[in-house]
Design a protein around this ligand. Structure first.
Ligand code: ZN
Length: 232
């Protein structure tokens, strides 16, 4: 065997190995999964905010890019074994909720959050109509910012009125799940990345949230086990 031939064989072997490595890297990149950020033992979070380089970066995406990102969050994040997945959509009836409704499919149901005043109610009514159009079941309505409990005297002030969410639920045939009073602790705990309900479970707003979660869990369990479950 001549030296030249040996060189050529070695080069061919080297190229073959490099090609194999490149293919492996490619396939690893294709199957690489994003890992969610762990909040505590029972909660993990993924957000587009984690993927931008600087805090002041704005994400200006049209429909197809948004669709791709939401699809990736649903399929490429290593969520592990989940009891529940909560997808927080921006308000309104735009691309994001439509994409979520399309991709999450029928096991998912919408949780509609409103504030008590008429202007918000009008928007939220459209959201419920939207859900009905895309055949997304609505689990219920929550009235947020429903009164403010004064930390000085304990009295309640209805800053945005009261009862709008409940009326809307009755009018549209959607269960009303409860009202959550405003509390500065919700914002301050959120800013510190602490789940508000874990900070003080006896707080009226925390109790309201926990009651809603319990109602939802009961409904979910009844639906899962109920023999009379109907497809709507
Ligand atoms: Zn007061």
């Amino acid at each position: 065997m001549s030296a030249t031939h040996e060189d050529q064989t070695a080069t061919a072997g080297f190229e073959k190995k490099e090609e194999q490595k490149r293919r492996l890297r490619d396939s690893m990149q294709r199957t690489a999964r994003m890992h969610p950020v762990k909040v505590n033992d029972s909660r993990s979070v993924m957000s587009i905010g984690f993927l931008v380089e600087r805090a002041e970066d704005a994400i200006v995406w049209r429909g197809p890019l948004k669709f791709g990102a939401i699809r990736q969050f649903l399929s490429d994040v290593a969520w592990g074994d989940l009891d529940d997945l909560v997808i927080d959509c921006p308000p309104g009836t735009g691309d994001a909720p439509l994409t979520v409704a399309q991709l999450a499919g029928r096991p998912a149901s919408a949780l509609v959050v409103t504030t008590p005043q008429q202007l918000a109610i009008a928007d939220v009514r459209r959201c419920i109509t939207f859900c009905k159009k895309v055949t997304q079941p609505v689990a219920g309505i929550i009235e947020n910012m429903s009164g403010f409990v004064c930390p000085h005297c304990g009295g309640t002030v209805d800053l945005f009125g009261r009862g709008g969410g409940e009326k809307l639920g009755q009018g549209m045939g959607v269960p009303f799940l409860g009202r959550v009073p405003m509390d500065p602790m919700i914002a301050s705990n959120g800013d510190r990345g602490k789940p508000f309900v874990s900070a003080d479970a006896q707080n009226p707003s925390a109790r309201a949230l926990l009651d809603i979660v319990e109602t939802l869990a009961d409904t979910d369990a009844a639906e899962r086990s109920g023999p009379g479950r109907q497809a709507t």
